[in-house]
Structure formats: structure tokens, C-alpha cells
Design a binder for this molecule. Structure first.
Ligand SMILES: [Zn+2]
Length: 198
């Protein structure tokens, strides 16, 4: 994958040609994948106040007029990693304690309202504006996902932390794409084994 394609990963491109997460989960997926651990920090789509503002506006998580500060960026990035850790626990591990503390702190402040759409379907709507509203909306999606059968299909790549939706029957996928991280992990294991046997 060349750099131009790599920079589109998480928005226009899903590694391994997977389909994106269904429904509102797509928004949560895009948020967690605004950056992953394989990319330079400069590629972070919410890495500066201007970038975060543009991204949140594009996803309709905030509406103008809105001001995003450096503190908001730090808060959003911390939330992103906490949600990533929560999803990583789907591999059968315990949720990271720091991540859980972040999620609890944010949820204690978040306010959501049960709304009804045109067809009578309920929807969780944030009451606050700005970053507070965006954070609440994202936590609402986490909650909705946990109520459905989709939740166990949420995975993070063991290598790069990319958040993907595992549609395989036995939910056995471990890497964003075998061609990217799967082979890298295997090559590393192979090299390590060779080093040991030499
Ligand atoms: Zn990966």
C-alpha cells in the first residue's frame, strides 16, 4: 500500500477490503480509526484543534459555531484510546483499568436524551453542544452496540490497533488485514524462532 492509500485508511479505505461497521457503529469506527499505532502522529485526523474541528463538523458530531481547544483534542484522543482498549478486551482480556477510569469519568458528565424518530424508533441524542455533545454521542453509540449482537464482532488489530468489524462466522479475525499486519506478525514470529534455534 502506498502512502496516498495509507492516508485514506480509516475513512475511504478499509484494510483487507473488509466492509465497514453497520449503522451508527460506522461513526464510532471512524472515530477510533482517526489514527492507529502504525501511523505517524502527524496523520492523526483529530490531532490539532483545526483538524478535530473539521472532522467533528464533517461527521455532524458538532454544529457551528464551535470552538475546539487543545484541551478538547487531548480529551478526544484519550477517549479514542479508551474506546479502543474497551474493544480490545473483546479478545477475551480484561478492560484496561486506566481506560475504564476514562470512560467512567466521561460518562459521569455525559447527558443523553431518548428521542423518537419519524417511524417511532428511539435514538439517544446528546443534550450538550461542542465537545461535550460529541463525547456523549460517541458513548451513546458504545452503549447501543453493547445491546446488540454486533458488539462481540468489534475487534482491534493485534498489531496496529485498527478497529474493524469481524464478519467471519466464528469471529476469529485477529488482524486488520492478513496482507498487512497478519504477515508482519508471522514474519516476526518466524525471525524470532530462527534466532532462537540458531
Ligand atoms: Zn493491523
Amino acid at each position: 500500500m502506498d502512502e496516498r492509500d495509507k492516508r485514506r485508511v480509516g475513512e475511504q479505505i478499509e484494510p483487507g477490503g473488509r466492509s465497514k461497521a453497520p449503522g451508527r457503529l460506522e461513526l464510532l469506527q471512524r472515530f477510533v480509526n482517526t489514527w492507529n499505532h502504525d501511523f505517524p502522529t502527524g496523520w492523526d485526523r483529530i490531532g490539532t484543534p483545526a483538524k478535530a474541528r473539521a472532522w467533528l463538523l464533517q461527521k455532524r458530531l458538532v454544529s457551528p459555531p464551535v470552538r475546539i481547544t487543545h484541551a478538547d483534542v487531548a480529551r478526544l484522543r484519550e477517549l479514542r484510546e479508551a474506546i479502543r482498549a474497551l474493544i480490545a478486551a473483546n479478545h477475551g482480556t480484561r478492560v484496561d483499568a486506566d481506560a475504564l477510569a476514562t470512560l467512567r469519568r466521561e460518562s459521569a458528565e455525559a447527558t443523553l436524551q431518548v428521542g423518537f424518530g419519524a417511524g417511532g424508533a428511539t435514538v439517544l441524542r446528546p443534550l450538550a453542544r461542542g465537545t461535550d455533545g460529541a463525547v456523549a454521542a460517541l458513548l451513546g453509540i458504545v452503549h447501543e452496540a453493547q445491546l446488540t449482537r454486533s458488539w462481540p464482532r468489534l475487534k482491534t488489530c493485534r498489531q496496529c490497533g485498527y478497529f474493524f468489524f469481524d464478519r467471519s462466522n466464528n469471529r476469529s479475525a485477529a488482524w486488520c488485514a492478513m496482507s498487512i499486519c497478519g504477515n508482519r506478525t508471522k514474519n516476526r514470529t518466524y525471525r524470532r524462532r530462527r534466532a532462537v534455534t540458531r
